[in-house]
Write a protein that binds this ligand. Structure first.
Ligand code: SAM
Length: 277
């Protein structure tokens, strides 16, 4: 299975389009790989193994429940998912229904995220071309579940606030890939952009024993907050797959990658390698 298929959901702010830029910057001599802001885990799933100890964390318990169910009950999950239709009626039944067991809740969440526009879970996603949105292939979905189930075999899944998590797992050989809510843009169920405490994250990361790589939007606030750390600018196209909105699709977003270890040289080397290919 290709690495592209090794992801379960498109998540708002997910690093689908940047994972190939981020991966070469991750040090190889690490004993643990930790994602405090896991989301759809595009970077974690990009490689079969980053370190002996790997931790996925997110404060959003719906995501955590989904990955725990895929890890521990893949067959029960697949049995439910198998019969789901890409239908508008079913979308609204899932949106307004009450679900009791963790397996049912995982299926409901998965269905709403994968069948909605932009992975936001609130509006039914239709497409004019391609096989995205509501017309997803069921066969591919089941294969993805198997691939993620296998990938999660040795991954620990946590559901904590980033501060508790980082402090708990920090040591010299630890590596944290941090992808927090951005300083501008949309928020999440667990926090709005305005409420997220960027200064608290800066304080924690400034004092860890391990190494961190951080993704952020390129804003004066973030540049000022992380002054003194290695920083590189990267660009990506708009991730929302709205094929009819050509202008929006062409929009380029500037992002920052920030680290407490040297990344500039690694990034330059990788960029030159890509140019000569
Ligand atoms: C930019 S997204 C991560 C996307 C992920 N890297 C991917 O590729 O899909 C940020 C995540 O941080 C989570 N989050 C927000 N506040 C948090 C907190 N205080 N502690 C831990 N996670 C938090 C959100 O639920 C969201 O899933």
């Amino acid at each position: 299975m290709t690495t592209d298929k090794k992801c379960l959901i498109n998540w708002v702010g997910g690093k689908r389009l940047l994972r190939k830029t981020i991966a070469p910057l991750i040090p190889q001599d690490i004993k643990s790989y930790i994602e405090p802001f896991g989301g759809g885990a595009w970077v974690l799933f990009y490689k079969d193994k980053w370190a002996d100890l790997e931790i996925y964390n997110d404060l959003d318990s719906r995501l955590v429940n989904l990955f725990r169910i895929v890890k521990y009950h893949p067959n029960a999950f697949k049995e439910e998912v198998k019969y789901l239709l890409g239908s508008r009626e079913m979308f609204f039944q899932f949106l307004n229904g009450t679900f009791f067991t963790d397996i049912q809740k995982a299926v409901q969440f998965y269905f709403l995220i994968t069948r909605s526009f932009g992975g936001k879970g609130s509006s039914f996603g239709t497409v004019k071309k391609s096989s995205g949105g509501a017309s997803k292939s069921q066969k591919n979905v089941l294969e993805k579940v198997d691939a993620i189930h296998e990938r999660l075999d040795k991954v620990m899944i946590e559901n904590r606030d980033f501060e508790t998590l980082i402090k708990q797992y920090d040591f010299e050989d630890a590596f944290f890939y941090c992808d927090p809510p951005y300083s501008q843009g949309c928020g999440y169920d667990v926090t709005t952009t305005k409420d997220f405490d960027h200064e608290r994250l800066r304080e924690i990361l400034g004092n860890i024993k391990g190494r961190f790589l951080l993704s952020y939007d390129d804003s004066p606030k973030i540049r000022e907050l992380y002054k003194g750390f290695e920083m590189i600018e990267v660009e990506r196209l708009n991730g929302i797959n709205n094929r009819s909105d050509v202008e929006n699709r062409k929009k380029i977003f500037k992002e920052l990658l920030i680290a407490n270890y040297p990344i500039k040289e690694l990034h330059e080397r990788q960029t030159n390698r890509n140019k000569t290919r």
